[in-house]
Design a protein around this ligand. Structure first.
Ligand code: GP9
Ligand code: MN
Length: 623
């Protein structure tokens, strides 16, 4: 009986093992930068503090229930860590509550999940197995129960100290959140999840208490800082023409005009830059909602949300989206996308945005032969779409969303036209081949439009929806570029192609910075639609006087002169560091823009969370 005294109590063993495991995940899976000494200390300690605070609770239970609490707790905790590692590999981000409710997407991501799974993942459960084993072996730990109040106080003090010191390591951590990584590395993964739960409940109550009063302030801001005062020369140039918009899955700008193994990656798109308006510094601005966020930006000229996909979180709001605005001008509208209609909650959100038709996977004949990866191959997708497109009442606004160039970028040999790249990452290697496939699919679609007699009378817009190669693959992508990819390069890599092809017009390469937020006013103006009363945060890209920054959801931005990311201000073009303002007492030239970016993101969130367009009648010109 005496030896029992030397036993480390099970909750202590659990805290050490679980803490250590979480720390290893921080170090080897999550790519988190350490900004200062305090942060380094918290980074190493917070996994143990959280684990101790949690497993310490076990001593409030008696006998075998203590062990049960510890084992089940460790198991559930491990599932949470594991889910985050899988999610991180794809999104370089942490799970949020709204993302979890996107469960309908689960079926479709199984393919990706199997590639995101790593053979080392089962090792995450070693501590759980050890704890179960020790529970059977170790004598009862109930003698510890006498200490329960001291353990509880110690936990509370440690957690509180962690939360307070985090504010020292990263000032305004809780009030000015733009990067979930900041929260995780300072207060830990589990506290982050608790924080997220609190945040989500707050935003839900925001809608309940919202009224329209904020809209006037937002409208004044938009009129003063966002909208151009004059019309562009191209206003109305495509009046009454059909608008054919193609969302190019995961296509980034770096492939345009570039080669792999000596061969052009996108020969058709390269040629298209010669006779289209091609925006070479156009940035995607999506957050966790990926493709759906890009659709949201384009449709509304509003920013996506800081957590979760707005398609899910606010799928039933009132919007004044492109299809609705165009319907007022007599346009019909349709979306073509050969996937499950509920993916990204599209069926619900498309109604809210005013799309009249949605040709989802049930509209297509999908066989083993004509599909790969996520489903129907793009070439068959376009071919099968033609009959529906030809039947649409004209003028129409149609949106096509491609799918083949989606992570993990698998393609059968019969569809592969160029050699894979040679690096340590299969994802990167195959990416070039599936991008080429998309290029060929677009070329074929142009031909089909000409054959159907639709080409001449349409404006064709092509846009990359978001990045295809995540940060997780930057070592391999760096091999392609022949240099390491740093934070500045990362922002440059968020450029996606944007083409406006107006048959009969020469076009031009446009170099000024631009982004998905600008698409709605730009296209509506080309079609001659007045947007004086619209509220949005983008500018017509053909006007001279324009807002001079592109904001990203995490608060970083690109402006004409500067690039601001990861709390560092760079000179745009050279990448020279101008200031590393990890604390606010060291202001930099980026500061004024940074404040405006935050203001705009907040205004956009006010509109979306508060569902403020409920209170705004676009057609009541007295507003
Ligand atoms: C799914 C497709 C891909 O329908 O749009 O979505 P993503 O994973 O890129 O957001
Ligand atoms: Mn996508």
């Amino acid at each position: 009986m005496k030896t029992k005294q030397f036993h480390l109590p099970l909750y202590m063993i659990a805290s050490i093992l679980f803490g250590l495991k979480t720390l290893l995940v921080y170090m080897f899976i999550f790519d988190m930068s350490i900004d200062n000494l305090m942060q380094a200390i918290l980074f190493f300690l917070n996994p143990f503090i959280s684990a101790f605070a949690f497993f310490g609770l076990s001593i409030w239970f008696k006998g075998k229930y203590q062990k049960l609490f510890i084992c089940i707790g460790a198991f559930i905790g491990t599932i949470i860590v594991w889910a985050n590692t899988m999610f991180y590999r794809d999104f370089t981000d942490f799970i949020t509550i709204p993302v979890m409710f996107q469960a309908n997407n689960a079926g479709d991501v199984t393919n990706s999940i199997s590639t995101l799974f790593h053979w080392t993942d089962p090792l995450l459960f070693i501590d759980v197995i050890t704890l179960v084993f020790l529970s059977f072996k170790q004598a009862t730990t109930s003698y510890i129960r006498r200490k329960k109040l001291s353990i509880l106080s110690l936990s509370a003090v440690m957690v509180l100290a962690n939360l307070l010191l985090a504010e020292v390591a990263r000032p305004h951590l809780y009030t000015n959140v733009y990067d979930r990584e900041d929260i995780v590395k300072n207060i830990g993964l589990f506290n982050y999840h608790l924080y997220d739960i609190g945040l989500q409940s707050m935003t839900t109550s925001q809608k309940v208490f919202a009224d329209g009063s904020k809209l006037n302030e937002i409208k004044d801001y938009v009129n003063e800082h966002v909208k151009s005062k004059e019309k562009s020369d191209l206003f109305g140039i495509a009046e009454d023409k059909n608008l054919i918009f193609v969302s190019l899955e995961s296509v980034q700008s770096f492939v345009i005009g570039n080669k792999v193994n000596g061969e052009e990656i996108t020969p058709f798109l390269n040629d298209l830059t010669e006779n289209s308006y091609y925006f070479e510094n156009f940035y995607h601005q999506v957050a966790q909602g990926k493709t759906s966020d890009s659709e949201f930006l384009v449709g509304n000229s509003l920013y996506p949300l800081p957590g979760g996909a707005v398609f899910f979180v606010r799928g039933q709001n009132e919007y004044h989206a492109m299809p609705e605005r165009l319907a007022e001008q007599g346009y019909s509208s349709a979306v073509f996308h050969a996937n499950d209609k509920s993916f990204w909650n599209r069926n619900i959100m498309y109604d809210s945005m005013g799309y009249q038709k949605f040709f989802d996977e049930t509209a297509y004949e999908i066989t083993k032969e004509n599909s790969v990866g996520w489903g129907l191959k793009d070439q068959s997708f376009f071919t099968q779409s033609m009959k529906y497109l030809e039947d649409l009442p004209q003028p129409f606004y149609s949106k096509f969303i491609t799918l083949t160039n989606h992570h993990p970028y698998g393609l059968g040999e019969e569809d592969t036209s160029i050699e894979a790249f040679d690096s340590e990452s299969e994802t990167v290697n195959q990416y070039f081949q599936t991008v080429r496939y998309t290029d060929e699919a677009i070329q074929q679609f142009f031909k089909q439009l000409k054959q159907a007699g639709l080409y001449e009378n349409s404006v064709i817009v092509l846009m990359g929806d978001h990045y295809g190669i995540s940060e997780y693959e930057y070592d391999a992508l760096g091999q392609y570029f022949g240099e390491e990819i740093d934070a500045y390069d990362d922002i440059q890599l968020q450029r996606v192609p944007f083409f406006i092809h107006i048959p009969g017009q020469e076009g031009k390469v446009m170099s000024k910075i631009s982004g998905q937020i600008d698409v709605k006013p730009t296209l509506l103006h080309l079609l001659g639609v007045d947007t004086t009363h619209d509220i949005g945060f983008g500018t017509d890209l053909f006007t001279k006087q324009r807002k001079d920054f592109i904001a990203f959801r995490d608060g970083s931005f690109v402006s004409d002169k500067y690039v601001y990311t990861e709390e560092t201000c760079y000179e745009r073009g050279t990448g020279r560091i101008l200031a590393e303002d990890t604390n606010s007492s060291n202001p930099s030239v980026c500061e004024p823009v940074k404040d405006q970016v935050q203001k705009e993101l907040d205004y956009s969130d006010d509109i979306v969370y508060g569902d403020l367009f409920r209170f705004y009648d676009l057609n009541d010109k007295s507003e």
